[in-house]
Design a protein around this ligand. Structure first.
Ligand code: PGA
Length: 251
């Protein structure tokens, strides 16, 4: 059966105490495990080892929010994909718009990071999405497709995840219309299939940007939407579990 992803991106938020209560509450809830949902939390790096220990054998996977393209070396302050793998991660978010904007990450650099993540057997979650000016200029699809193709190395048969996150919807409470989400996801899915031979089964496409319990169910039910990538509303266990529940397929 097709599984839907609910991925929480904590960004630069959280503490050891918060992580401990989040994990305890989430594992107590009846939202998990469920055969139709893959739930993932991406905390800041320092919390990874401790959360991995708390989550051993639990139905909640761990991801990171970035990695370096090289395996090791003189890159002060950076963290490599093999280090994330050793820390217990299965996923890594790459090319988030906040990193593209503040860290000036280019598509080419993101593609190298994706290759490094795949080599370390991590599933990359590659983020693409247009700014408000680009959407208003009618260039949303062109921008997202360009980012997608340029941020994607040769991937072979490995699993990858793409997240469509319009920059103007992140942290703003604004979301695109259902029709806009469907149209963009269809374009991205067709591009992957046509240009790279990557099928929807190999690459779920998540939506991200102001997802919360109140709109998660509706978004998850849209065609071509393989899950959600959630920032603010993933910091609270109750709200995260509500979105996992919304992703349950009818039994
Ligand atoms: P948001 O962030 O859910 O707080 O809008 C989403 C993201 O940046 O991944």
């Amino acid at each position: 059966m097709k599984q839907r992803f609910v991925v929480g991106n904590w960004k630069m938020n959280g503490s050891r105490a918060m992580a401990a209560s989040f994990v305890a509450e989430t594992l107590k809830s009846h939202a998990l495990p469920h055969r139709s949902v893959v739930a993932v939390i991406c905390p800041p790096f320092p919390l990874l080892y401790e959360m991995a220990a708390m989550l051993r054998d639990a139905p909640l996977a761990l991801g990171a929010q970035n990695c370096h393209a090289e395996r090791e070396g003189a890159y002060t302050g950076e963290i490599s994909a093999p280090m994330l793998q050793e820390a217990g991660c299965q996923y890594v978010i790459l090319g988030h718009s906040e990193r593209r904007a503040h860290g000036h990450e280019t598509d080419a650099e993101i593609a190298r990071k994706v290759a490094s993540a795949l080599a370390a057997e991590l599933t990359p979650i590659i983020c693409v999405g247009e700014s408000l000016a680009e959407r208003e200029a009618g260039r949303a699809e062109e921008v997202a497709v360009r980012q997608l193709l340029h941020s994607l190395p040769e991937v072979g048969q490995q699993s990858i995840i793409v997240a469509y996150e319009p920059v103007w919807a992140i942290g703003t409470g604004l979301t695109p219309t259902a029709d806009d989400i469907i149209a963009m996801h269809a374009v991205l899915a067709n591009t992957l299939e046509r240009e790279r031979g990557i099928t929807a089964a190999q690459c779920p496409i998540l939506y991200g940007g102001s997802v919360k319990p109140a709109n998660a169910g509706e978004i998850l039910d849209l065609p071509h939407v393989g899950g959600v990538l959630v920032g603010g509303a993933s910091l609270n266990a109750e709200s995260f579990c509500a979105m996992v529940l919304a992703a349950h397929a009818p039994m």
